[in-house]
Design a protein around this ligand. Structure first.
Ligand code: MLY
Length: 265
């Protein structure tokens, strides 16, 4: 499919360069993901990081796991790389002298936790220790430069990995901007964040890289649209992947690659 997003073409069209591999805290070749849906493991509660909880693998996506904490609801799933230090085999916490905790928002009475834990672990399919990979070392310095391209997790929609550009660099932090999305999803993160990946990551893991946003209807001449977005504009802001693919714009300077306009939702 020639309409599909292609990094080589996109880098040429935007006259930009990919951030070098050594900038990232990611393994050179993505770790293999041997986990299966239904397996249980221990995970730090993202909403209460000092707690180690029981989690179940709800889905597999590339080198990441979609996880849900046992005893929690289905509205707080989170994603972790198989080489994340946030996850470990069942038994690790106890071995270290710790105690498994109920997740934040445990749906039952707190007093029922010990029994819930016993029942949860009884007969559970536990992910084998060999499935957990060692977290890669931190890069020694922040070697990102403004304008470099990368693939980044959309933190508002963390199942999505998208083309992005370094918009700013400050100390150990970088400003991740999402191409074609008018700033609505941008964020600062540490340069050693596990949420950012080198160009080509998704094609190696089999993840579906999102195409850049395409707010192309919005230009300086469309002042009318700015005060009252048309249906078309709204649709293109919400889900670019559902509208007709628009080829990346030619002849633009490196950077965000899209004209200023209305911010996405
Ligand atoms: N809010 C949109 C999703 C937008 C995703 C933007 N990312 C790819 C930067 C929706 O719910 O459809």
């Amino acid at each position: 499919n020639s309409e599909q997003f292609n990094w080589d073409d996109y880098l040429k069209e935007t006259e930009s360069v990919a951030a070098p591999l050594h900038c990232f805290r990611q393994s050179r070749s993505p770790p293999t993901n041997d986990f299966k849906v239904g397996m249980k493991l221990e995970a730090h509660d993202p909403r209460n990081v000092t707690s180690v909880c029981i989690a179940t693998v709800i889905g597999i996506t590339g080198a990441r796991l979609r996880l849900r904490l046992d005893g929690s609801d289905n509205k707080n799933d989170f994603w972790r790389l198989v080489d994340s230090s946030d996850i470990q085999p069942i038994g690790t916490c106890e071995k270290k002298g710790g105690m498994l905790q109920p997740p934040l928002g445990f749906q039952m009475n707190a007093s029922s936790w010990p029994m819930f834990l016993l029942r949860t672990l009884n007969g559970a399919e536990m992910a084998p220790a060999a499935f957990f990979k060692k977290e890669p070392p931190k890069p020694v310095t922040n070697c990102f430069k403004v304008g470099m391209k990368l693939e980044a997790i959309d933190r508002k929609n963390p199942y999505l990995i998208c083309p992005a550009t370094i918009g700013d660099v400050k100390g150990d932090e970088v400003f991740v901007t999402f191409d074609g999305w008018r700033g609505a999803f941008d964020y600062w993160c540490r340069c050693d964040s596990r949420d950012i990946f080198p160009v080509g990551w998704c094609s190696l893991t089999g993840d579906a890289l999102q195409p850049p946003g395409n707010n192309v209807a919005i230009t300086k001449s469309s002042a009318k649209i700015q005060s009252s977005p048309s249906k078309v504009t709204r649709r293109s802001m919400q889900s670019p992947q559902k509208s007709a693919p628009v080829p990346a714009q030619r002849g633009r300077k490196p950077g965000r690659g899209k004209p200023p306009g209305q911010s996405a939702v």
